[in-house]
Ligand binder design. Structure first.
Ligand code: CP
Length: 312
């Protein structure tokens, strides 16, 4: 594996989950692997979990993490090829990526979509520019269309808490006050297709995710029907893909309640807006796995970094 930028970079999910569980059992076992190696974390957008868990993962491997909030603290980066840079951007990605590659052995990047320009978002301009112009491995810490560190975490969490073979897993759209990206839903849909689970997606009409990602996964527009006999319910808001980046309706009835959840375990990538996405009674109950899920972010990131360090 040269980079980790997509769920498609996971060659064998079953083996990766076994390895992640072993790391979780003994997180400091490979602390010599990253000695004298530097991880650069570049954030174009906010983060709590990704920022801290990826640094923690690097520290567990003996690496030195260095962090930059690119949007606030660095020069404005130009991504266009052949641009006359007489506007607001002061540095081209060609120089920026090459320079950062001299300071870091691995570069991790977070860059969200515009949600106004579908073609630009789907081209993964920022992530692919780093892949093109950096000379070291790139890790996707959530890009325009994907959040593969979260997806790997979610697969690990389901594997840990599944009480039967082939559990039923439901990815449900949930209400929100803002237009949100598709990245978490996309990567979750991709990773569930690699796992032996009974997987369905439910969302209101007009909110279907990219069909090239959901492929043959059943998509139901009746949430109650979709959630019947679920073992795991993964809630996430996303804006419309069809009417790109739009909020079509804030259908509050799609909020996850205790009665809707039934006996299922509740999952969410966090941050979550209480009593908008999910009611307090769910998050404050034993049915919620959100804290355990966030803990697993460290071990998923550590496995990815370990695999990349082994190639250096
Ligand atoms: N789930 C997740 O990526 O959290 P942060 O946005 O806080 O990093």
């Amino acid at each position: 594996m040269k980079h980790y930028t997509s769920i498609n970079d996971i060659d064998n999910l079953e083996e990766w989950i076994v390895d992640a569980k072993a790391i979780k059992k003994n997180p400091l076992e490979h602390r010599k692997l990253g000695k004298n190696k530097t991880l650069g974390l570049l954030f174009f957008n906010s983060s709590l979990r990704t920022r801290l868990s990826t640094q923690k993962a690097a520290l567990n491997l003996g690496m030195n993490p260095i962090v930059m909030n690119v949007s606030n603290d660095s020069w404005g980066i130009e991504f266009g090829d052949g641009t006359v840079m007489d506007g607001t951007t002061a540095e081209h990605i060609k120089e920026a990526a090459a320079v950062v590659s001299q300071y870091c052995d691995i570069i991790a990047v977070r860059a969200f979509p515009t949600l106004t320009d579908k073609a630009k978002d789907e081209s993964e301009e920022v992530l692919n520019a780093f892949k093109k112009y950096a000379t070291v491995p790139i890790v996707n810490m959530e890009s325009a269309t994907a959040h593969p560190l979260q997806g790997l975490t979610d697969a690990l969490t389901i594997s840990e808490y599944a009480k039967k073979e082939r559990p039923k897993v439901v990815l449900t759209w949930a209400p929100h006050v803002k237009a949100l990206p598709h990245a978490v839903g996309n990567s979750f849909a991709q990773v569930m297709q690699k796992m032996d689970v009974d997987f369905v997606i439910t969302n209101p009409e007009g909110y279907d995710l990219n069909p090239e990602i959901t492929r043959d996964v059943p998509v139901l527009h009746n949430q109650e029907e979709a959630m019947k006999n679920a073992d795991f319910v993964y809630a996430k808001n996303w804006s419309s893909y069809e009417n790109y980046g739009q909020i079509l309706e804030t259908n509050k009835s799609w909020m996850i309640t205790k009665s809707l959840l039934g006996n299922a375990k509740f999952m969410h990538c966090l941050p979550v807006r209480r009593n908008v996405v999910v009611e307090d009674a769910v998050l404050d109950s034993d049915s919620s796995l959100v804290i355990q899920q966030a803990n697993n972010r460290t071990f998923a990131a550590q496995l990815v970094l370990k695999k990349l360090l082994e190639t250096l």
